[in-house]
Design a protein around this ligand. Sequence first.
Ligand SMILES: Nc1ncnc2c1ncn2[C@@H]1O[C@H](COP(=O)(O)OP(=O)(O)OP(=O)(O)O)[C@@H](O)[C@H]1O
Ligand SMILES: [Mg+2]
Length: 493
Amino acid sequence: MTGLPTPGPHRPVGTSPTGGGSAQENPPPVGEVPTAGRRRGPAGGQVQSVTPNTTDAIARRIAALRVPALPLRRGGVVVAADGAIIEAVGITAAIGSRVAIGPVAAAGEVIGFRDGRALLMGLAALPAIAPGAAVLADPAGSSVAVGDALLGRVIDGLGQPLDGLGPLATTAQVPASPPPLPPHARARVTCALPTGVRAIDGLLSVGVGQRIGIMAGTGVGKSVLLGQITRWAQADVVVVALIGERSREISDFLDTELSGPARHRTVTIAVPASDAMLCRVRGAQRAFAVAEWFRAQGRQVLLILDSLSRVVHGAREVAMARGEPGGARGFPPSALQLVADLAERAGGDRQSGGAITLIATVLAENDDRADPVVDAARGVMDGHILLSRRLAGRGQFPAIDLVSSASRVMFDICDADHLAAAARFRRLIALIEENRDLVLMGAYAPGADPELDQALALQPVLAAFMAQPRAQAAAPDDSIATLKALVAPMETA
Ligand SMILES: Nc1ncnc2c1ncn2[C@@H]1O[C@H](COP(=O)(O)OP(=O)(O)OP(=O)(O)O)[C@@H](O)[C@H]1O
Ligand SMILES: [Mg+2]
């Protein structure tokens, strides 16, 4: 038998509350109602009661009507605009939610609330926003599209392709800011990640899963050094986040450093200085989310962020716009917290076997300790490489100031001979630096300090080891062997 079961107890089949029995005479096109729960009435006829199965049947009938589900959109309207902030009423999306603003549905984000109004900030230019412009929540906008299709591509801070190579066939969506790996899921840094840069592989070895800051002023060779590492480093995937740089520099980087085979394993996220401040933060988080997805596939990922300072400057603008009070040296606490939040997302994942090694540039003139971003970065990173304007001025590239640089994981990833050779090399350079003025003035009498004599004799060789032509990769094993050979005479002295 078919038909809608009669609600209520023991109503005989063929009757209805109105006595018409029309439901049974014109049965609807749904499947047979299962017999469970049927009982026989006093007249011997079959009766039914409401059971989960009958509820299912009703649900199937409603579904069969094929009424399209309308998207539930929580909308509001613009009521005020003040500098970078737009205020809207009627929008109930949470902080961090993406919204579409105005007639062109410009991308924006909820960054706070005040007096019952939502505070919005643009993720792109906000043209033609008038009072009363519509604001609609955009639930799809907050996640990050990922997949192997990103390899070789260049995208902007919102995930749109910038390379003119057509749409991206991404395969998954991941959150932009997931919680970091818990401590027990993190793998230790135990093996080296060769970079192809001799001074780094020999003297400041990078470990798989390490976080390193490159501290440097403007124009001392950051981009060239990062380009070398991007091309030569031994990693499965390189994610390059170029944030807050000049547009010309971004295109230069793509045309020169990424013109060769390295492009195919590289995902580039580019947010030029002209893009919205909030986009810098979201662009950096997108880069981490992409790197995390590749790590979850068990791949060794190198994440290059140029520059962390400009990301933090973007976060500072956002925090100040929403009224957060300035903290350390004009930086609201949430802006500096971002340094630790991002750094914590790097590291090795025990479960997948993948890792994210982070190399982030920090703008600093001579390791300026007064700069809050430098201070914050030095606190959370596992190493820092300082580039010196003095060495760059002399034409020594990469202009690494060895004495002021350190890799905190070298003890875990290098053998004893390598460690000893690197320590000796560092000591020679430190001796030369300490006595530079004395020697230049002619106040040092050779023979007074045999170790300094040896350092001065080796100085040209030491400088040659540190310098490296722009287009010439150094085989990591050769770098370490050369280092050991260079300082070997000291052992016998
Ligand atoms: N390895 C190198 N060999 C030769 N010259 C180099 C090398 N690295 C950098 N330079 C020189 O230094 C200049 C500045 O380098 P680069 O653009 O990498 O600096 P930057 O620190 O990224 O600058 P900015 O702060 O403007 O972004 C280059 O144009 C080049 O002339
Ligand atoms: Mg640069």
